[in-house]
Design a protein around this ligand. Structure first.
Ligand code: BES
Ligand code: MN
Ligand code: MN
Length: 462
């Protein structure tokens, strides 16, 4: 029987070529112009699961993009691992900031990826990380190393809120029955500092609209005499944080879990260089809630951020005008126990209440989701920890992430199983940004580590 390492060295080039083919398809779920490509990607994922050794693979239609489901059940008495991932990607905009076309993958070396990284939209989030599981499956089936049952559920709407996946999960408890859910759609601290993500933040996303006069006005003839919606909106937004950068929405922090000093001290042990952090972003200072460190601010604390703001004249030159309307998109990252729908409601009530006379304010909620924390004493966590020990030679550090995968808390509610987040990306891999990339080393290390998870999970389940 061949070891995973020798299997990887033998098939490395093909593993890269196959991923590159998948990355060429622009599966942008947010933009309906790419509908055909998203569907083509689902078919490609289906074919890859069949080739990797799944006994049964199907495309499950939804009201939106399909879910690719695959399985190999070797023995009903053995545990079942459910792998989740997504084949859709974020829009690549702004295109002119890419150094190479987003759907024409190239491999290039970087300081953090001396063995090269694949540059393409979706390379890390999540096609590259999802495909590690397909290749690990191929290894296990080809070498008679699959120790338990496996199910795959790869969706095409993660980047737009997983609405149809929620329905699918609610309606398919039996089909999706499992003992643990395994996801690679997060990151790790550094190539030499393996970590397992133990928390995700929740999300509440809203759009606000401020309306003043019934039409755009001459800013000389009317300026100073009527409320300017852009002035008002920016003032309202500014008031959402106080001088300590605490969020001012009444009730916003009520359910926030306060970590004990011991837990915070444990978190602070994770290696982190503030200087390197600032340097990597070309900023001269960090910024955030008083009383918390950078790593706390971006993981265990909730936030409120404007994601986009517009209104009035933004074309070339100057136009003297008071716009009739101003808009903003605002995201709030939440921590476990905060209820996203309640937070959306608190935001709406507060934001409408602070509107001055002379304008009307509308708050339109978008999607949202709950945060997640997973214990480190579960069999799943222990199995993952042993897997990293086998391939990195080090015990991984538990790390709470600032990002969100809202479907994870629904998995726990509906399927009653814990999710293990084995991410192999780096924060600097530029997911959602121009020049997204995924290290070749990270990709192969993921493929190498995953079979160890199956082995240890099956053994620990006995
Ligand atoms: N894979 C990311 C989430 C992520 C990345 C979590 C890195 C932890 C570390 C996922 O695809 C994503 O982008 N999620 C969205 C939320 C979704 C509702 C659009 C996010 O976090 O903004
Ligand atoms: Mn993702
Ligand atoms: Mn994403």
């Amino acid at each position: 029987m061949q070891s995973i390492n020798s299997y990887i060295s033998e098939h490395k080039q093909r593993f890269l070529d196959e991923l590159i083919e998948l990355l060429k398809i622009p599966s942008i779920s947010a933009d309906s112009a790419y509908k055909k490509d998203v569907l083509t990607t689902a078919d490609a994922v289906k074919t890859s699961l069949e080739k990797a050794g799944c006994d049964h693979v199907e495309i499950c239609k939804t009201e939106g993009y399909p879910i690719v489901y695959g399985e190999k059940i070797i023995d009903k008495n053995l545990p079942t691992v459910l792998v989740y991932g997504h084949y859709d990607v974020q829009p690549p905009d702004p295109l002119d900031l890419w150094n190479s076309p987003p759907f024409d993958p190239i491999i290039q070396k970087t300081d953090l990826h001396p063995e090269g990284a694949i540059f393409a939209r979706g390379a890390c989030d999540d096609k590259g990380q999802m495909y590690m599981h397909v290749k690990a499956m191929e290894y296990m089936t080809a070498n008679n190393e699959l120790p338990c049952n496996v199910k795959f559920m790869i969706e095409g709407e993660e980047e737009v809120g997983s609405v149809n996946l929620s329905t699918f999960v609610k309606n398919n408890h039996e089909k999706l029955k499992n003992d643990v859910i395994l996801i690679s759609d997060t990151g790790m601290i550094a190539p030499d500092v393996p970590s397992i993500t133990t928390g995700l933040r929740g999300l509440s996303y809203v759009e606000v609209e401020v309306t003043g006069p019934n039409r755009d006005l001459h800013s000389g003839l009317y300026g100073g005499a009527v409320a300017n919606p852009i002035n008002v909106l920016t003032k309202m937004i500014a008031s959402l944080h106080d001088e300590n950068n605490h969020i001012t929405i009444p009730g916003f922090y009520d359910k926030v879990e306060n970590l004990s000093d011991a837990e915070r001290a444990e978190m602070a042990k994770a290696p982190f260089s503030l200087e390197a952090y600032k340097k990597s972003l070309d900023i001269n200072a960090v910024y955030g809630e008083a009383g918390y460190s950078t790593n706390e601010r971006n993981s265990i604390r909730p936030t409120l951020d404007v994601n986009g703001i517009w209104g009035g004249y933004t074309g070339e030159g100057a136009k003297t005008v008071i716009a009739s309307k101003a808009y903003a998109k605002i995201s709030m990252r939440l921590v476990p126990h905060q209820e996203w729908e309640e937070i959306t409601q608190l935001f709406k009530t507060h934001f409408e209440s602070i509107a001055p006379k002379g304008v009307t304010v509308k708050v339109n909620p978008h999607h949202g989701g709950q945060g997640y924390v997973t214990p480190i004493d579960s069999i799943g966590y222990q199995a993952a920890s042993k897997a990293y020990e086998a391939t990195f030679g080090k015990t991984p550090i538990p790390q709470r992430s600032g990002g969100s995968i809202p479907i994870v808390s629904l998995f726990e509610e509906e399927l009653k199983s814990k999710t293990i987040l084995m991410g192999f990306g780096l924060d600097s891999d530029a997911i959602h940004s121009p020049n997204e990339h995924f290290g070749v080393w990270n990709y192969l290390k993921g493929i190498e580590t995953i079979p160890w998870f199956y082995k240890h999970f099956t053994e620990l389940s006995k």
